[in-house]
Design a protein around this ligand. Structure first.
Ligand code: PLP
Length: 361
């Protein structure tokens, strides 16, 4: 039988705190493509690669951490898990809980989560509760529930999540055969920023890489607590996956930035949507808005002259475009894209397409 990717716990069992007694709850997460992006290389003069995390089983990188967190929870005898979520954590928690045969309770901010993510949580039979508050309120309640009731918290404040997510850095290193010079990624709770930093640090300690990448993290301008240096009370951005006012892994992320000569920057929503479009139309990769901030961040830093020519750059794009597809249909002036409607008529279709009879193919 041909080799099938076995999920991150089995592929990296020697690098994670699991044993023969750990039940492996996996949906085959990880092993995602690292794709060259020639259009972005041409724009920046760097060698740009995209780590396409939308290819995970529930469509976001959250699955890497969830396989670890749910496996450890089940090993500890948990019958129920809980999380706060802007959408992708709830989709992932519900799917892995369903696979394990346990219950997932998910707390999401009312009216703030995309239809795609909401439908996943419901489809996987998550116990969905919408809270009249923002993500940060959801996390406060989830933490208190886990402290006082028999439910296991699977947010990224749970170190098992970070441990599972660090495997993405291992995969990058195995393809590039060294660490990149720069790694760009979106920042919400900063769990993933922390996880990649840890993964790269472990690879350097093992002696399989020659350097640490400079870790460049980006927040949306309306939701940029780390850039501002203080929590944001009412975070606001269309990039819902990073609409976080008080990041759970703030301190860890600052340490990682300092250790890697890293950087945190902010990008406004219009620029995020432009970057999303560049990636989908010129590279062929469709991501949700939060993920596109990696692309926007690279273009901004390259424009600022901060990326030396020939540098190896990896961009993590965290979630699939089908999670929150409405933004792709929005034109720059705010109106909606409407498909052209024509009669069933060859000449008319050819005319609309600008095709000329007998012209070259
Ligand atoms: C969760 C998430 C993020 C933010 O990751 P953090 O670890 O919270 O910083 C970014 N993009 C997507 C698509 C996400 O689901």
């Amino acid at each position: 039988m041909a080799h099938q990717w076995r999920g991150v716990l089995r592929e990296y069992s020697d690098r994670l705190d699991i044993s023969d007694k750990t039940p492996i709850i996996t949906l085959g997460e990880g092993g995602t493509p690292l794709l060259p992006a020639p259009a972005l290389s041409a724009m920046t003069g760097a060698k740009v690669f995209v780590k396409y995390e939308g290819m995970n089983p529930t469509g976001s990188f959250k699955d890497r951490g969830m396989t670890m967190a749910v496996s450890k929870a089940v090993e500890d005898g948990a019958k129920a898990i809980i999380c706060a979520s802007t959408g992708n954590t709830s989709a992932s928690a519900a799917a892995y809980a369903a696979h394990a045969g346990i219950t997932a309770a998910v707390l999401v901010p009312e009216g703030k989560i995309s239809m795609g993510k909401l439908s996943q949580a419901v489809a996987h039979n998550g116990q969905l509760i919408q809270l009249k508050g923002n993500f940060d309120d959801c996390l406060d309640i989830a933490r208190d529930l886990a402290k006082n009731y028999p439910v296991h918290l699977v947010n990224s404040v749970n170190n098992d999540r970070i441990e599972g997510q660090k495997t993405a850095a291992f995969e990058v290193v195995s393809v590039l055969e060294d660490a990149p010079d720069f790694h760009f990624l979106p920042v919400g709770n900063a769990g993933n920023y922390t996880a990649y930093s840890r993964g790269y640090a472990e690879e350097l300690a093992r002696g399989v890489t020659t350097k640490l990448p400079r870790m460049f993290g980006f927040q949306a301008s309306g939701s940029a607590p780390i850039v501002l240096g203080h929590p944001v009370k009412n975070p606001d951005t269309l990039a819902s996956a990073i609409r976080i006012g008080n990041p759970a892994s703030w301190e860890l992320a600052l340490t990682a930035r300092d250790n890697t000569n890293g950087y945190f920057g902010a990008i406004d929503d219009e620029t995020i949507l432009k970057a999303q479009r560049i990636l989908s139309a010129q590279v062929g990769i469709f991501v949700e808005p939060a993920s596109a901030i990696s692309v926007a961040g690279l273009l901004e830093r390259a424009e600022a002259g901060e990326i030396p020519a020939g540098s190896t750059v990896v961009l993590t794009v965290t979630g699939h475009g089908l999670k929150d597809p409405q933004w792709a249909l929005r034109k720059e002036d705010g109106s909606q894209v409407e498909p052209t409607v024509v009669s069933v008529d060859l000449e008319e279709v050819a005319g609309v397409l600008g095709l000329v009879k007998g012209g070259l193919h």
